[in-house]
Design a protein around this ligand. Structure first.
Ligand code: THG
Length: 265
């Protein structure tokens, strides 16, 4: 499973303040911690409360780059903010994200090809997030067709079925799982699949339990990547265990330790 550390996001108080005051300390601290805990990518999101998002993204990426060369997932709904991040981050970034609508695809897919970046394609468009798996899968098909059209290698497309909080949209969760299995059968090679995991437990009581239960279920139906709290030890232990149970890893008594040592840098 590709692990993307969620913590460098302006929605967190410490990062929001760091962005407004241009204080590198919390950003660099979270970059180091998440890399140490095995993040393959770091999500970088300036949030919506800063005045100049383009300027803030440049500062955020430059600040992270002073302490690590870990690839970044540049998280913004605005193409110009993502472009600024790509230029500052160097090769191998992820564009997070692109809705399944023509106007956005035409801008972001060529940008990804130009920068050798991956793209997270969301199964939503102008009209919002569909409720059922079939409608989400149709949008995934449009993203797959766009990857062919713009010559984005299929392993550089990550389809996100979008998971919503269980306490507001409970019926969406099983549909998101069905979407993941359907997407893995859309094409050969298939695109990768991804979720932003912590969404699912927003404002719920036992967040860690809900997060890890969903994550192992999603891995069983073909999830390839997740934006997660990499500091949640029980979550990472669950990922390591699911890999063994799904026969993606040879069993050894020390499999948790082995998984962690392979991921950490
Ligand atoms: N898909 C894609 N990208 C995404 C998401 C997604 N990026 C953002 C988000 N969803 C994934 N990242 C987070 C990060 C934090 C939280 C949830 C998802 C979170 N934060 C605490 C909260 O809101 O309760 C903040 C608490 C605090 O302020 O301390 O839950 O789905 N492609």
């Amino acid at each position: 499973l590709i692990l993307i550390g969620e913590r460098i996001n302006g929605m967190y108080k410490d990062i929001g303040r760091a962005l407004r005051e241009k204080d590198p300390a919390p950003v660099q601290e979270w970059a180091r911690i998440q890399v140490e805990r095995g993040a393959d990518y770091l999500d970088a999101n300036v949030g919506s409360s800063v005045d100049d998002q383009v300027e803030s993204m440049k500062w955020l990426v430059g600040t992270i780059r002073e302490v690590t060369d870990c690839p970044l997932s540049l998280d913004s709904p605005k193409a110009e903010v993502i472009r600024a991040g790509l230029e500052a981050a160097g090769a191998g970034s992820i564009i997070n994200s692109c809705k399944a609508q023509r106007s956005t695809i035409e801008v972001l897919f060529p940008l990804a090809v130009e920068h050798g970046a991956r793209v997270i394609g969301l199964t939503m468009n102008e009209t919002g997030i569909p409720r059922d798996a079939d409608a989400r899968t149709e949008l995934a098909m449009e993203l797959v067709a766009a990857a062919d059209e713009f010559q984005l290698p299929m392993e550089n497309l990550l389809v996100d079925p979008l998971i919503l909080p269980v306490n507001v949209a409970q019926e969406h969760i099983a549909e998101a799982l069905k979407t993941i299995s359907a997407v893995k059968m859309l094409s050969n090679p298939a695109p990768l699949t991804i979720v932003g995991l912590s969404n699912i437990s927003h404002k719920a009581k036992d967040r860690s339990l809900i997060n890890r239960t969903f994550l192992v279920m999603a891995m069983a139906v073909g999830l390839d990547a997740a934006i997660v709290d990499v500091c949640d030890d029980l979550l990472i232990d669950g990922v390591a265990t699911a890999r063994v149970l799904l026969n993606q890893e040879i069993y050894a008594d020390s499999y948790v330790k082995l998984f962690r040592s392979r991921k950490a840098r």
